[in-house]
Design a binder for this molecule. Structure first.
Ligand code: ADP
Length: 274
C-alpha cells in the first residue's frame, strides 16, 4: 500500500512539474511571438516615413530654395512620426507592455512633482513643431493642480494623444487641448476633427497592435502601441481614459489624472462611449 501511495505521490508531482513546464513553454512562445510581431511591425513602419523623407530630400536637393522650403513641413512630420515610433518602442520595453500584456503588473513609476501648466504648454509646443500643418488651440480653465506623477511617462501620454489627433485628421483642421482642475486632480482633453473611430472599434483601440481599418487606409503609419501605452500609464497613475468618437466628425480623448499618482485602486480602464 505504501508503495502504491508513494507512486501516486510521485505521479502527482510529475504532473505538476509537467504542467508548470507546459505553462512556461506557452509563455515563452507567446513572448517570442509578441517580440517578433513588434519587430516586424516596427521595421515596416520605419520604412514608410524614411523613404518619404528620402524622396522629399531628393526633390529639395534638385529644386530651388522655394521648393525646398515647401517640402520642410512634410519632412518635419515624417521625422516626428519616426521619433514617436522610437519613443513608443522604448517605453514599451520599459513598461514591458508586450511581454506582460496590458493587464500585467503595474509598472514602476518615478514619481515627482509635476507642474500641470508646464506639462500642457510643453506638449503644445512640441505638437506645433511636429505638426506645422495643423492648427492647435489650447484652453486652460482656471488654476491647474500640481501632480505627483512620472513626468517622462505623462509626456508620452500627451504626445501620443496629440500625435494621434494630428495623424488621423487632415492638415488645416484644428486640434484642441483643454485642461482644467477636476476635484483635486487634472482633466485633460484632446479633440480632433478627424476620421473618427467606428463604434465597434472603440473598445479595441488601446489593445497592443490593434489598428482600425479607417486608419490603415491612410498613408501615415502606426504600429498600434501608442494608446496601449497611454492606457497602461494612466492606469498606473490611478487615472482614467475615455474615448469618444463620431466617424467622419472627430475624436475626443479625455483623461482624468488624480493629484497623487500611485492610487491604491488604479482604474485605468479604457471607457468607450459616444
Ligand atoms: P498608432 O501608432 O497606430 O496610431 P495607437 O495605439 O496610438 O497606434 O492607436 C491605435 C489605433 O486607434 C490607431 O491605429 C487608429 O486606428 C485608432 N486611433 C487612435 N487615435 C485616433 C484618433 N484620434 N482618430 C482616429 N483613430 C484613432
Amino acid at each position: 500500500r505504501l508503495d502504491v501511495r508513494a507512486g501516486l505521490h510521485r505521479n502527482d508531482e510529475l504532473g505538476l512539474v509537467s504542467e508548470a513546464f507546459d505553462e512556461m513553454a506557452g509563455r515563452i512562445t507567446q513572448l517570442l511571438r509578441s517580440q517578433k510581431e513588434l519587430l516586424a511591425n516596427v521595421s515596416h513602419e520605419l520604412r514608410t516615413p524614411l523613404s518619404r523623407i528620402r524622396v522629399a530630400l531628393d526633390l529639395a536637393a534638385e529644386g530651388d530654395a522655394q521648393t525646398a522650403r515647401e517640402l520642410l513641413p512634410d519632412i518635419t512630420e515624417d521625422l516626428a512620426e519616426l521619433e514617436r515610433l522610437v519613443q513608443d518602442v522604448l517605453t514599451t520595453s520599459r513598461l514591458e507592455l508586450v511581454t506582460e500584456g496590458a493587464s500585467g503588473a503595474t509598472p514602476p513609476l518615478r514619481l515627482e512633482h509635476v507642474d500641470a501648466n508646464a506639462l500642457v504648454e510643453k506638449a503644445a509646443a512640441r505638437f506645433r513643431t511636429a505638426r506645422p500643418k495643423h492648427r492647435l488651440e489650447v484652453q486652460v480653465d482656471g488654476v491647474l493642480p500640481g501632480l505627483e506623477a512620472d513626468p517622462v511617462l505623462l509626456r508620452r501620454v500627451l504626445d501620443n494623444l496629440l500625435d494621434n489627433a494630428g495623424k488621423y485628421s487632415e492638415p488645416g483642421t484644428t486640434v484642441r487641448l483643454l485642461a482644467r482642475a477636476e476635484g483635486s486632480g487634472l482633466q485633460l482633453e484632446v479633440r480632433d476633427e478627424g476620421i473618427g473611430i467606428d463604434a465597434e472599434d472603440l473598445a479595441r483601440v488601446g489593445t497592443p497592435f490593434f489598428r482600425t481599418d479607417r486608419s490603415r487606409a491612410r498613408t501615415t503609419g502606426g504600429v498600434g502601441l501608442g494608446l496601449a501605452l497611454v492606457r497602461r500609464i494612466v492606469a498606473a497613475h490611478g487615472g482614467r481614459l475615455t474615448l469618444e468618437s463620431q466617424p467622419g466628425v472627430g475624436t475626443t480623448a479625455r483623461l482624468l489624472l488624480p493629484a497623487t499618482g500611485a492610487a491604491d485602486t488604479p482604474d485605468g480602464r479604457l471607457v468607450a462611449g459616444h
